[in-house]
Design a protein around this ligand. Structure first.
Ligand code: TRP
Length: 465
């Protein structure tokens, strides 16, 4: 095996990490959480959390990766703490089980993209009944599986080309394209009649809808983890390809900024059209419409697009192009974390590792892909496979994040992380802040998420989303 792959520079790294972070979480989860938790209130809480806690966790993961020059699976042991190899295993399990169903959802996005592409050019809406369309699609015997395979194939095609030739190049096209299209779409939305009211709904804090600040904070924290791709090994693996001369804290700030920018932007794309739609006729009110949770993207938004008349299919096409690009770059990063772990652990070639991970992903993904259709009787603890994987990973992720903090703060020592940050020759001005956060604040806050997720699962009235 040759030398470890690396990014060609700071920009490539920031682009790759941002591309991983910007995904379905930004485009679909953030807007509905903002609508649920009082608009501006949620945005303010989210911003403060990501600039403090999010920043600290990102720095920690990136620095561990660069220090160890290994993916998450082997990094903790290589740093002189073989007992902590179990954390590497846990941190690898997360992407290992998320990737298969992320590819299933990627397949749904691909299906919608294709449907809107066809519809836009034909000048008609893809369906008059979006709810039935979605139900028929996920319940179809083969379609969800075929769509998943198409999406997985696109991800594999990039991964197989390697870090510089594959991931870097794909990001160089996909991320700027995504940003440009998203900005253009938000500007278009702002010109629609009635958009002002929607923007107000999104930005003006509504304290009455967030009776409980604890709830808002937990929602924002969970979202932040998901959105920044934390605790899934990605940032450790991507950090391991980072050049020593590049600055870890600067990169972390830029990643948080890019990710948050797209999250806020997607609110501008989605919320005003939903508000116009909701106030035009639906009796449920704006909150009920946007608070559709997972259904927002595949059922509610297509309904909203339908109400836009002839512009609707084009709007849908542009929107699902953004979503497709975002899902692709996130899927790529998730697969890379597993491929790198397999390479590092088995000391095998990249090609072989990609082959094994692809087979895994398609085989396990099949459970989720068929789970609403031909295998709809398959239930894990009463849940369809996709929901089961999602729920269990929602619990495992914060546990891994808390353990990473304990490792960095108490076992490895924050000094080593800060020393890694200073390798680029810069002064690090946030030493005390970092130590307090990583040792005390972060683990405690994260444990709160775990407790609330578990309560929610056990139906004890947990707080989280
Ligand atoms: N951050 C991605 C999003 O916002 C989702 C995600 C979470 C992710 N963890 C990840 C993507 C790990 C890739 C790798 O949708």
């Amino acid at each position: 095996m040759g030398a470890r792959a690396s990014w060609s520079g700071q920009l490539a790294f920031v682009l790759a990490a941002s591309a991983s972070a910007i995904g379905l979480g930004n485009l679909w989860r953030f807007p509905y959480l903002a609508a649920r938790y009082g608009g501006g209130v949620f945005i303010a809480v989210y911003l403060s959390l990501s600039l403090t806690l999010g920043f600290v966790l990102l720095v920690t993961e990136i620095a561990i990766g660069r220090y160890a020059r290994q993916s998450q699976l082997t990094a903790f042991g290589v740093l002189g703490h073989p007992k902590w190899n179990f954390l590497g295993v846990l941190a690898t399990l997360v992407p290992l089980f998320i990737l298969p169903y992320y590819n299933v959802i990627g397949g749904w996005v691909f299906r919608y993209f294709a449907a809107y592409a066809g519809a836009a050019f034909a000048g008609i809406a893809p369906t008059a009944d979006p709810k039935a369309f979605f139900g028929a699609f996920v319940g179809a015997p083969w379609a969800p599986f075929a769509a998943m395979c198409a999406f997985t194939a696109a991800v594999v095609a990039v991964i197989v080309l390697g870090v510089k030739n594959g991931i870097e190049r794909a990001n160089l096209v996909l991320v700027p394209a995504l940003l440009a299209i998203a900005v253009a779409l938000s500007v278009y939305v702002a010109t629609l009649p009635g958009a002002g009211e929607g923007i107000r709904y999104y930005l003006v804090p509504d304290f009455s809808s967030c009776d409980n600040i604890g709830k808002v904070m937990l929602g924002a924290m969970g979202q932040m983890f998901y959105s920044l791709s934390l605790a899934m090994g990605i940032m450790i693996t991507y950090g391991s390809y980072m050049l020593r001369r590049d600055s870890v804290p600067k990169a972390a700030v830029r990643i948080v900024a890019a990710d948050t920018f797209v999250a806020i932007l997607s609110g501008f794309m989605i919320i005003p059209v939903v508000v116009v739609f909701a106030s035009a006729g639906a009796s449920e009110g704006v909150r009920a419409v946007i608070d559709a949770g997972p259904g927002l993207m595949f059922e509610t938004l297509p309904k909203v697009f339908l109400s836009l008349g002839t512009a609707g299919p084009w709007f849908g096409l542009v929107f699902f192009t953004i979503v497709l690009f975002a899902a692709l770059t996130s899927g790529i990063s998730m697969m890379e974390a597993i491929v790198a772990a397999v390479c590092d652990f088995f000391k095998t070639s990249r090609a072989r590792s990609v082959a094994v991970v692809s087979v895994w992903s398609v085989a396990v993904g099949a459970l989720s892909a068929f789970g609403y259709g031909r295998w709809s009787s398959l239930r894990f603890f009463g849940l369809p496979p996709l929901d089961f994987f999602d729920t269990s990973m929602n619990i495992l992720t914060p546990i891994v994040a808390a353990l990473i903090c304990v490792f960095a703060g108490w076992i490895l020592s924050p000094k080593r992380i800060l020393a890694e940050c200073q390798r680029s020759g810069e002064r690090v001005g946030f030493r005390l802040f970092y130590v307090v956060m990583v040792r005390f604040v972060a683990p405690l806050l994260i444990i709160a998420i775990v407790v609330s997720e578990v309560c929610r699962c056990l139906k004890l009235g947990g707080w989280s989303i």
